[in-house]
Ligand binder design. Sequence first.
Ligand SMILES: [Zn+2]
Ligand SMILES: [Zn+2]
Length: 455
Amino acid sequence: MKPSDKTCCKCKTEAATVLIRQAYYCQSCFMFTFVGKYRSILLRLRNGNRQNGKVLLACSGGPSSIAMVNLTKNFMRVVPTEKKKVQLIPEAIVCHIDESSLFENNKGYAEKLKENMEKDFDGFEYFSHRLEEVFGPEFTKSGEFNKILKSSSGGIENGEYEHFVQCVQNNSTKPLAEQLQTLFNSIKKTAAKEDLIWNLKMKMIVTVAKREGCSYIFMGDSATRQAIKMIAMTSKGRGYTLPLDIGVDNEISFKDICVMRPMKDMLSKEIGFYNYFSKIDKYIMPAFNFSTMMPAKSSIERLTEDFIVSIEREFSSTVSTICRTITKLQPSADMDLTKTCAMCLMPLESGIAEWRRHITVTDVEGVELPAKKDDGCCSTNECCSNTGGCSTEDKQSKIDMNKFMCYNCQVDLKDYNSTTIENLPPYMAESVVDQSRDNRLLDQIKDFLIDDDEE
Ligand SMILES: [Zn+2]
Ligand SMILES: [Zn+2]
């Protein structure tokens, strides 16, 4: 559509070429407004006593992250003609997670992106990690998971974790890509797969940011994506951590790192125009994921996407209205940041199991679990298990994974079978082992602790 018979609503002189939310803009006014929105988010970097620091740009190669990389590039140099000579971002790196082991169609993306970065964005150092590397030692807290395993199997009573530990070690001999495929193939529901891949990517991005000394992570979620996530995550039961999951700046989840979403005010349509006018649309790589080409009902997120995009077509302020709500979200004041979900790394609310027992129609204990494998490590009766576990005689020797997970991840766990649990990447096992040890210690010394409130 070319609304050329209208004049631009800003300069009132040029013929309009762009229609955004029922307002007509000429190209230069549109670009000015768009870049201005990015600048105003970047100014949040200077909020309070935040340090100007190195930024990691998470880049999938999709339209929004490519736009983000281009916008950032232009804010890294000081423009001599501008009045305010501030360099908002001193240093930035680009980080890409290569998902081609799961999605055949994404093959070659990482290499192509690298090439494009070198050609047009040589100010950024480029890092690419294959998704399966999340099984490697680099993505564990200790950097050497075996060490943790040894000390915990020796240090924790009853040998409770020995079998669990063994599973992780047995799996680690397989090629990483195969481990990743086995993991995802064992999950039935698309929604659980989508959550897991998001969690793995987030874990990797945070690890790379720490390794490279970044103070900020920029995620390229557009306004449209943010609106979809807000509704989808709420329906999945992530209300407790929602302000951290999708907030504009989350500086409390990860030590010394602030996660920002600078594209959160830009609609997909605006991003499309920006990329086109900036001549960077040639760099965009169409992303494939679990819900690509799938019917709308294949997952909550996919269904929400369909829903929001279709309303937005009729009512152009739908997305921005939802997004305005996101800026008002605040994490609960009594949120305990020391206890985090082993899967999604977000704080977990205490007493979820109790609460879930009250609201769930089917009692988790009554859920029938998949049959045991007859070979491999779970042929013994001490299988590391999920909700309720494979029916073993010795209930004591099982780990209740639920204790270390948030509500949403617990729900996903119901779509896992015993192989899925065994195939989870070591960072999750490490977190379970760590937190369980902390709980035990706390339990042992709790009688000697003085409650702050009792003073
Ligand atoms: Zn204009
Ligand atoms: Zn979680």
